[in-house]
Write a protein that binds this ligand. Structure first.
Ligand code: ADP
Length: 258
């Protein structure tokens, strides 16, 4: 039994017997070899493991960016493999936010416009987009930086913009693949404090791939992959505690304003 959910509850996410094979014939490679995983709403989970162990593959499946070769994936009890491509895309847009190592912001586009983009795809009107993006930027401590382009922002600030873009749609789950991989230690801890605050205060479920124990230490649960399987799934009894400054400064202040 994984520590994710009580046996009689429908977990937010349930994987059963998930396999993923890339290629075919003699070139076939089984990246996931039977993964069972339950994640309850509101968890903050770090996915760890050596390079090539299947972490990104499982995140892509969870994010509905790819489909498994076999096994079952249920999201809020809905069997994802039975959904059409369009329905999967809708699930993704409605429930999932993504944060990547490389920020993936549009270069000559302001922070505000970058954050508005997912709402533009949803067909929301200009006034609504503008207000929601401002609010999301404020939540990551970037009030006053709306007009700046990525080149005018530090790496840590760019990742904050990327997080604002991920939360502007009010997702159920934030999927973060090595979100601090391109940041120095101080900025990395700021980003982790921000993710932890979004989890604790907004109730966003956070699934984060990291190979850095210092960053995983913020999560409440550590899932270790090896060779395409879950090797260990454990509670973190003492996640890094957020100071009052972290939560306030990160979610409400414009202390970093230009
Ligand atoms: P991790 O994120 O733990 O480093 P990945 O999930 O990226 O590992 O990859 C697991 C294994 O699957 C690796 O051996 C990788 O080379 C292989 N793999 C991943 N994606 C593909 C792909 N599109 N085609 C072929 N092999 C792949």
């Amino acid at each position: 039994m994984s520590p994710g959910a009580a046996p009689d509850e429908v977990p937010l996410i349930r994987l059963r017997g998930i396999t993923k094979t890339f290629g075919s014939g003699t070139a076939a490679f089984q990246a996931l070899k039977g993964v069972d995983l339950d994640i309850a709403a509101g968890e903050f989970v770090a996915v760890m493991g050596p390079s090539g162990s299947g972490k990104s593959t499982v995140m892509n499946l969870l994010g509905c960016l790819d489909v498994p070769s076999s096994g079952r994936y249920a999201f809020q009890g809905v069997e994802v493999q039975r959904l059409s491509r369009d329905q999967r895309a809708r699930l993704r847009r409605r429930h999932l936010g993504f944060v990547f190592q490389g920020f993936n912001l549009l270069a000559r586009t302001s922070a505000q416009e970058n954050v508005e983009l997912p709402l533009l795809y949803r067909g929301e009107g200009a006034a609504q987009r503008s207000a929601a993006a401002r609010d999301a930027l404020a939540q990551v401590g970037l009030s006053g930086w709306e007009r700046h382009t990525p080149a005018e922002l530090s790496g840590g600030q760019q990742q904050r913009v990327a997080i604002a873009r991920a939360i502007v749609t009010r997702p159920t789950v934030l999927l973060a693949d090595e979100p601090t991989g391109n940041l120095d230690s101080a900025r990395s801890h700021e980003i982790m404090a921000l993710l932890a605050a979004l989890n604790a205060q907004r109730g966003i479920t956070v699934l984060m791939v990291t190979h850095e124990p210092d960053m995983a230490a913020y999560a409440h649960r550590l899932v270790h992959f090896r060779d395409g399987r879950i090797e260990r799934d454990e509670r973190n009894p003492h996640p890094v505690a957020l100071g009052p400054r972290d939560a306030d400064a990160l979610l409400h202040s414009d202390a970093e304003g230009p």
